[in-house]
Design a protein around this ligand. Structure first.
Ligand code: PRP
Ligand code: ZN
Length: 288
């Protein structure tokens, strides 16, 4: 374990596990997964991955047991650990919400006065209640918070909502939003040895390039030479497009990197302007 490798903490089993590992793969980091192993080493990067309960990750990183970690901002805020946020990772978006039983009418936040709220996030919730001058009783539970109203343990809950499936399954509905979260790359605040700092810088650079790539697609198409200007105007390209000559002199090939979410907005315009053989390809990495 004390091998000089960079130690990255990742959630062992949960919402962020698969996406965290996929991000590493998109960074070109080769990892072989053995289920139930708590530590694995990458094959082609000086990196050890530690699989931990997400709630423990901020403290392990704060104390330097792990150098860096991928964890939800909700957990970092709850634990109030002294860590550095290196990067917002754009996945694992969720909201910490007050939720009530389906039949319950909660129209005004002040109706929470005197109520009992079960949560795994007592610090964030208390902060929210104090800001809104609400006096409610918090019951701290470490899991299965959503069944507490049906057991008569609490009037309502404050828990993470991502797709909303868990609430629906437990006949609860969302009421007030308490805290918005996404996954973060965090690091220990200590000063690292230069070799380790280089590894962190290199990983962050790869992550940035993988995140940029995810937002973009490579568009290729053939267009009539006469439509070049119209098509260039329609293109939300990141940079000036590449234009290539074709054997048919009345046609050109045009290649451009465009924001992923814009393609379906422009594809009928492209076709109307005579574009054909339109290909949209994923990009693995972009170094700007
Ligand atoms: C949260 C929450 C719910 C689930 C909600 O758990 O406690 O169980 O996610 O997601 P949904 O709206 O998509 O159904 P989390 O992943 O944070 O894990 P943990 O509480 O077990 O650490
Ligand atoms: Zn957790």
């Amino acid at each position: 374990m004390l091998n000089g490798n960079l130690k990255l903490a990742v959630q062992k089993k949960g919402r962020l596990t698969e996406k965290s590992l996929q991000l590493l793969k998109n960074c070109g980091i080769d990892i072989e997964l053995y289920s139930e192993r708590l530590l694995i080493s990458a094959r082609n990067f000086d990196l050890d991955i530690l699989f931990l309960r997400d709630d423990d990750i901020p403290e392990y990183v704060q104390d330097g047991v792990a150098d860096i970690g991928i964890v939800g901002g909700n957990v970092v805020a709850e634990k109030q650990s002294d860590v550095r946020i290196l990067k917002e990772l754009g996945f694992g978006k969720c909201t910490l919400m007050i939720a009530v039983p389906e039949h319950y009418e909660l129209n005004n936040i002040h109706e929470l006065n005197g109520k009992t709220i079960a949560t795994s996030y007592p610090a964030i919730l208390q902060n929210y209640l104090s800001e809104n001058k609400i006096n409610a009783k918090i019951i701290q539970l470490s899991g299965s918070v959503e069944i507490s109203p049906s057991l008569g343990v609490a009037d309502c809950i404050c828990d993470i909502v991502s797709t909303g499936t868990t609430l629906k399954m437990n006949h609860l509905k969302q009421s007030f939003s308490v805290y918005k979260s996404e996954s973060l790359l965090i690091s220990c605040k200590k000063i690292f040895e230069p070799e380790k700092q280089n590894l962190i810088d290199s990983l962050v650079m790869r992550i940035e390039s993988a995140l940029n790539a995810r937002k973009s697609k490579y568009l290729m198409m053939n267009i009539p030479k006469s439509s070049l200007n119209i098509i260039k105007e329609k293109l939300p390209a990141l940079k000036s497009p590449t234009i290539l000559a074709l054997a048919d002199e009345s046609m050109l090939a045009l290649h451009a990197v465009i924001p992923s979410d814009k393609f379906w907005e422009i594809q009928s315009d492209l076709k109307n302007a005579g574009a054909s053989d339109i290909l949209l390809l994923p990009i693995e990495n972009i170094i700007l």
